[in-house]
Design a protein around this ligand. Structure first.
Ligand SMILES: Cc1cc2nc3c(=O)[nH]c(=O)nc-3n(C[C@H](O)[C@H](O)[C@H](O)COP(=O)(O)O)c2cc1C
Length: 359
């Protein structure tokens, strides 16, 4: 029997995982007793425009499951995870997790976490998004094989484009820049973006403005483009392209490397696996002193989730064809901007564990 107190330590590790817009769009429920927990989509924090077919919610749950598995292992607790126990794509139950202590057969109680678990929790807390730029060179000791083997375990892939693959890296920059430009052309995505930005510093969900590291001009712009009609009007003179250049093109060009998490398909199960993959890669990269800034637009715009209307729809199709032909049989899920940046960036908050329970 695993005590509720220990189950909660593992759930706390889960909510430290990253999610798009820091929405943590899932809920927990104890099934019968605390040693069986169900994870399902939070209807209030998911289903937005770019969450088509659960792209964002499944990757977030995958990342949370990755954290929980690592935390459990460090505490000597075994997790039996069944994905989609009510059928694939049924978001009312994305996963059911049984917490098993090694001594369950004899009815013994698992011991509270020791040094290994404290160390692990510390690394989960330290992982973060770093939107500062420019990044410096990749650390000399960077070991790509360790990142790749962490990702391989999830069934997904990690494509790395470093200083020696400049033409492919430039191709990635062009992909992300054009996907980001498209993001600013749709009122649905615009509403989603601004609902996630937290203009107050102390918020425990959403992205705090200081974490965007905007210069004074950028700050002015972000206030101006809160108005969709302003942005829409200015897009006629290419504001969306300028935003994509300064928000993605320039930082990516000034960074030494990028990495792309790929999945075999966009099925709900593979999206959960992609969430585990992105978190495994991120933890390994941060552990090696590599800073990470993710860009989801490559996955959102090339997925089969939605089609922009009109001339932007035609541009989206063109982008999608090019991206899918580059990645051949794999689907790009998310791109990481990579490099070395000293010091800790501004971090996002997290809601309290109690707010993840619906009742
Ligand atoms: C699936 C996914 C997509 C994300 N997309 C973006 C993105 O497009 N741009 C960005 O700046 N951050 C992106 N992020 C980073 C999140 O905003 C970040 O993880 C969240 O705010 C929590 O902050 P933390 O990573 O520092 O804990 C993404 C994260 C995930 C897991």
């Amino acid at each position: 029997m695993v005590e509720k107190q220990l189950v909660d330590v593992i759930l706390e590790a889960g909510i430290l995982a990253p999610s798009a817009d820091n929405s943590s769009p899932f809920l927990f429920d104890y099934v019968k007793d605390a040693s069986r927990v169900s994870i399902f989509r939070d209807p209030e924090r998911s289903g937005g425009f770019s969450d088509g077919k659960g792209y964002l919610v499944y990757t977030a749950i995958g990342a949370a499951i990755e954290n929980m598995s690592r935390q459990a292992e460090s505490m000597g607790v075994r997790l039996e995870i069944s994905l989609f126990p009510k059928g694939e794509g049924k978001a009312d139950s994305v996963a059911e997790i049984l917490f098993v202590s090694p001594g369950d057969d004899e009815g013994s109680v698992v011991a509270p976490g020791g040094a290994a678990s404290v160390k692990l929790l510390d690394s989960l807390k330290k992982r973060c998004t770093d939107r500062r730029f420019p990044y410096g060179k990749m650390p000399a000791s960077f070991d790509l094989t360790r990142v790749q083997s962490a990702v391989d375990k999830t069934g997904c892939g990690f494509r790395y484009f470093g200083p020696n693959q400049s033409s492919e890296k430039n191709q990635m920059v062009r992909f992300v820049q054009s996907a980001e430009a498209l993001r600013f052309t749709d009122p649905g995505i615009h509403a989603e973006l601004f609902s996630s930005l937290s203009f107050s510093k102390e918020s425990e969900e959403g992205i705090p403005l200081p974490a965007l590291y905007l210069d004074p001009m950028g700050k002015l712009l972000i206030y101006a483009i809160r108005s969709w009609s302003f942005l829409n009007g200015m897009n006629r003179v290419g504001l969306n392209k300028a935003l994509a250049f300064f928000g993605a093109g320039l930082p990516l060009r000034l960074s030494p490397a990028v990495g792309v998490i790929t999945a075999p398909s966009l099925s709900p199960r593979d999206l959960v696996a992609a969430g585990r993959a992105l978190q495994s890669a991120w933890l390994e990269l941060n552990a090696q002193g590599v800073s990470v800034h993710p860009y989801a637009s490559i996955g959102v715009m090339s997925g089969d989730f939605f089609q922009l209307p009109g001339r932007f729809g035609a541009l989206q199709s063109k982008f999608k064809d090019a991206a899918l032909s580059f990645f051949a049989q794999d689907r790009p899920i998310i791109l990481f901007r990579l490099g070395d940046k000293k010091g800790d960036p501004v971090k996002s908050g997290r809601r309290k564990l109690s707010s993840f329970f619906s009742s």
